[in-house]
Design a protein around this ligand. Structure first.
Ligand code: THU
Length: 159
């Protein structure tokens, strides 16, 4: 038997997004200024919109011992879980700057961040809209699961 996984995503310009989504993307761009990235010079900002109306942000924080560094997405996710453990995340916007310029390519999240997003989405039971901001477009994914098909979930009976 052959099985297929496919998904559809959108490419929009920032000003054509619904206001709440556009604002979240602008917040992600602003949050790049909170990055500490002396090693990669790649400054990433993430902004989460929570179902209680709050916005939570995070930026990548690097370390001379490289694996210690944390991506913007997980900085924000961990902060949200710490402060509002029972509040669902509706959307995440991610943006990146290099040499004070918004990147031409969207900041595709790394595998660790995809796994983290997938677990939060699975746990809360509602989709997380993912918006990846580039200089001339915003990619919009209706669910974090699109970014990590067949994600590992301990609650699926693996243990
Ligand atoms: N980074 C993020 O913060 N998020 C991403 O989606 C991709 C990569 C960070 C990790 C590291 O600090 C720098 O960007 C370069 O890889």
């Amino acid at each position: 038997m052959e099985k297929t996984f496919s998904f559809t995503y959108q490419s929009l310009v920032l000003d054509d997004l619904p206001k709440a989504d556009g604002d979240l993307c602008r917040m992600a761009l602003q949050t790049t200024h909170g990055s500490y990235a002396p090693y990669s010079q790649f400054e990433v900002g993430a902004a989460l919109r929570l179902s209680n109306g709050e916005t939570v942000t995070g930026a990548n924080q690097e370390n001379a011992s490289y694996p210690c560094g944390t991506c913007a997405e997980r900085t924000a996710l961990n902060y949200a879980r710490t402060v509002w453990p029972d509040v669902n995340i509706e959307a995440i916007a991610v943006a990146a700057m290099q040499q004070d310029t918004v990147t031409g390519t969207p900041p595709y999240p790394c595998g660790l961040c995809r796994q983290s997003l997938a677990e939060v989405e699975h746990r809360q039971g509602t989709p997380i809209r993912v918006m990846l901001v580039a200089a001339d477009e915003v990619l919009v994914f209706s669910s974090a699961e699109c970014l990590l098909p067949l994600a590992f979930h301990s609650t699926d009976g693996h243990f």
